[in-house]
Design a protein around this ligand. Sequence first.
Ligand SMILES: CC(C)(COP(=O)(O)OP(=O)(O)OC[C@H]1O[C@@H](n2cnc3c(N)ncnc32)[C@H](O)[C@@H]1OP(=O)(O)O)[C@@H](O)C(=O)NCCC(=O)NCCS
Length: 173
Amino acid sequence: MSHTVRVRSAAAGDVEAILRLLKPFAEKNIILERDKDNVFQHLQEFLVAEYDEDLAGVVCVHIYGENLAEVRSLVVSPEYQKHGVGRLLVEGCEQWAASLGVAKLFALTYVTGFFQKLGYRIVSKESLPHKVWTVCVHCARFADCDEIAVEKTLSDTPIRPMAVVPIIEIDNL
Ligand SMILES: CC(C)(COP(=O)(O)OP(=O)(O)OC[C@H]1O[C@@H](n2cnc3c(N)ncnc32)[C@H](O)[C@@H]1OP(=O)(O)O)[C@@H](O)C(=O)NCCC(=O)NCCS
């Protein structure tokens, strides 16, 4: 039987499920920890991947300016990984950021291979503006950050309305 994974904007009713998705990866310092207030305050920045009634993954896009936005808090639930859900979420971010006229997306990450598959290139962290680091002071690894910066120019990303953000069919999950 085939099921559909749909990427859509997050809603208030998703917050508890988003927190459940983020928690184990925040505990391992793979992503920054967020509490419920933080997720509500940034809710309009979140996209979720929905598999039937379940949230299979989440991502957040934080806009710094016309030239730059960051992919943050990207998590696919372990049971849904390796089925293209992470790709859908990042492509959803790209559509959303491009539709708002943002030129470039970047991420600080340990999964460079994943981002490279999606067309991102490794750049030096020094090339990013200082304001990018303001949230990093809350990270346990701030003093000794070994994340790698990756970025992608969005000018070639075709702009489609959010109503048709990527949808895929997954078989045999
Ligand atoms: C990283 C993560 C989001 C990837 O999600 P996913 O749904 O498993 O990824 P996809 O199935 O969409 O993979 C897309 C492509 O990237 C590849 N890929 C996935 N994870 C990879 C990894 N860790 N290293 C290298 N390539 C990877 C896939 O093989 C696939 O390649 P293909 O198109 O040639 O088949 C997921 O593994 C995850 O949530 N990890 C834990 C949290 C984390 O590290 N988040 C990133 C914070 S920046």
